[in-house]
Design a protein around this ligand. Structure first.
Ligand SMILES: [Zn+2]
Length: 264
């Protein structure tokens, strides 16, 4: 067999190199939701949050990355009430010390929860807050956040974006992240939008992509035109699925009247 001409063998070598390049080393339009520079949900955007009622001390299980485990804690329990749907339990680690300190901490998150469309919020059964500086965690029905990390995200005006990302884990992952529609969209689109999504295609692609798709669908103009075009070019099929998700749930649901003691 004669060997391939030099130009062709260079092309073969290049193709082999590309095939061998791990996903993480390829170029992505963005790193992750957590380091996005776009202010997609603004702090002063309207919110459905109404008030926060104190429900007393009670025992709840809290997942905590600092100990890499779950423990039963005598938490401060609040309920955040919304005008467009059911309340969400907000639980504060007893390390917050007093009802007043726990309430002040809880208040930092509830406007952002009220800014979520109901379909993103309705699966959150429990929103927990610890002290410390760990990455936020969202799983089916539950979100956990950390005081110091939240302070930094507030300084960046990006706590709302983090809340949306975790709400996808809490409310939508179970039904959508491995759904035939999402898998088909992943297969059809040219690539992943963020490096984090590419590194975790099953666990993070939906939560990562949903934020950018939500921005284009609900707040066109908040992402600059050149970046919007890059997003549309990269994940058109996924954006269509997020549009389907947004249209799939109720815009509002019965909201029980908050107790007299409910405050803000
Ligand atoms: Zn995530």
């Amino acid at each position: 067999m004669p060997s391939a001409p030099p130009a062709l063998s260079r092309r073969i070598a290049l193709a082999a190199l590309l095939a061998a390049t791990p996903l993480a080393a390829q170029e992505y339009p963005f790193g992750s939701t957590a380091d996005t520079v776009f202010d997609i949900i603004r702090t002063d955007d309207p919110t459905a949050f109404v008030c926060l009622s104190y429900e007393g001390r009670t025992t709840r299980q809290m997942w905590d990355k600092r100990i890499d485990g779950e423990s039963d804690l005598n938490v401060f329990l609040f309920q955040a009430h919304f005008s467009d749907g059911p309340p969400v339990d907000i639980i504060l680690n007893p390390e917050f010390g007093s009802e007043g300190e726990a309430r002040a901490e809880a208040m930092r998150y509830v406007r952002g929860l009220g800014q979520l469309p109901l379909v993103f919020r309705q699966g959150i059964r429990q929103f927990g807050v610890h002290k410390g500086d760990k990455g936020f965690h969202g799983g089916p029905g539950k979100i956990f956040m950390y005081h110091d990390r939240a302070t930094r995200r507030i300084e960046q005006a990006h706590l709302e974006e983090s809340i949306l990302h975790e709400s996808v884990h809490a409310s939508l992952d179970r039904d959508w992240r491995q759904s035939p529609q999402w898998r088909a969209a992943q297969a059809k689109d040219p690539g992943f939008l963020t490096r984090y999504a590419a590194e975790h295609p099953e666990g993070e692609d939906l939560a990562e992509t949903a934020l950018f798709a939500y921005a284009l669908l609900r707040y066109p103009g908040r992402i600059p035109p050149v970046d919007s075009a890059a997003i549309v070019a990269r994940v058109p099929a996924r954006i269509a699925v997020v549009a389907e998700i947004l249209a799939s749930g109720p815009v509002s649901a019965p909201a029980p009247k908050p107790p007299e003691s409910c405050g803000s």
